[in-house]
Unconditional design. Structure first.
Length: 340
């Protein structure tokens, strides 16, 4: 039933007027997704700062935080490109390429972009923390890591052959990849890109990458479930990984519904702008009234009347006009349903 609900939600989303606002949605999703996955891993940029960083030319990058954001975007772009190719399958080359993009030019004492972790005998790597279910000791030696990564990829191919839906395969890959923890740094970001790539390859649009924002909002559950499911497996509990899959399915439905609602709001705004312009062209409203509604619309939310009246743009409209004219303009806009 959760899978069917996601399929229904995705069908409604794709049937919405998405083409009219595709570029805006794509840009918003990219900023939100990069912000989400970067913040989960300790990134310091706000969402607005992330948007500014993504707009930079690579030669303009001066700060490590900006580089982190641009690297994640590059990984997302590569995942979409690769997964859009017919017959694409997950492989180790793709995983190491994504890691190389994510960690390029990011200072880290051990990390080498695209290189599998190889602990020395005296070096122990841990994942997780006590606040989210405890620390975990992943495989330590390069040979073990490569063996498990290869087995994960082979197992995923077997799931495809068995007809297991991408909505189940993607979170399972994400879950077990994080347990293998094959790199010194960037495992969380790589795991979320792998999940998104599998879903994108299965035909899901926008939501796979937007899931990063859902994981950010549910970060405590996200991290805790890794440990809860791992411990359940150690106790040989049936379907130990199911809670993580269910969590993912819940997130996909929530994310698709949110994207659908956002498309509807953007389209509604476009239709409203067209109505407003037609009213001005037909001289139903004057230039002052057109400016007032346009300014309120750009504010993106309710604007207190006294605040609007103090705004320089509003004051300039009525420098040589009296209060009756101001009142008459607003009353007519309210009567036409353009303001309330």
């Amino acid at each position: 039933m959760p899978i069917q609900r996601i399929e229904d939600a995705h069908a409604r989303f794709m049937a919405s007027p998405l083409a009219q606002v595709a570029s805006q949605i794509e840009q918003e999703v990219m900023v939100s997704s990069v912000f989400g996955t970067n913040t989960i891993e300790g990134g310091a940029l706000t969402e607005d700062e992330t948007a500014s960083a993504l707009a930079l030319d690579p030669d303009q990058v001066r700060e490590v935080e900006q580089r982190r954001a641009l690297n994640i975007k590059a990984a997302f772009d590569e995942a979409q490109r690769a997964a859009s190719q017919a017959g694409w399958r997950l492989n180790e080359a793709f995983i190491t390429r994504i890691h190389a993009l994510i960690t390029r030019d990011i200072p880290h004492p051990d990390n080498q972009p695209g290189v599998i972790r190889a602990n020395t005998k005296t070096r122990v790597t841990y994942a997780g923390d006590d606040a989210h279910g405890g620390r975990y000791k992943p495989p330590q030696f390069e040979g073990d890591i490569r063996t498990l990564l290869s087995a994960l990829i082979t197992w995923h191919d077997a799931l495809i052959q068995a007809g297991v839906p991408a909505l189940v395969r993607a979170p399972l890959l994400h879950f077990y990849f994080e347990l293998i923890h094959p790199f010194w740094d960037g495992n969380g970001r790589v795991g979320r890109v792998i999940e998104a790539a599998v879903l994108h390859g299965a035909g899901y649009r926008h939501a796979p990458f937007a899931m990063a924002r859902y994981y950010l909002g549910e970060m405590n559950r996200y991290f805790t479930l890794f440990n809860l499911c791992r411990k359940a497996a150690e106790k040989s509990q049936t379907a130990a990984n199911q809670p993580f899959v269910e969590f993912h399915l819940e997130g996909m439905r929530h994310t698709i519904d949110s994207l659908h609602a956002r498309v509807s709001r953007i389209v509604s705004a476009l239709l409203f702008e067209a109505t407003l312009r037609r009213a001005y062209d037909e001289k139903t409203i004057n230039a002052r009234q057109y400016t007032i509604v346009s300014q309120v619309l750009q504010a993106g939310g309710a604007v207190p009347l006294d605040q609007m009246r103090r705004a320089p743009w509003y004051v300039s409209l009525y420098l040589k006009l009296n209060d009756k004219t101001r009142s008459r303009d607003l009353v007519k806009l309210r009567g036409l349903g353009l303001l309330k």
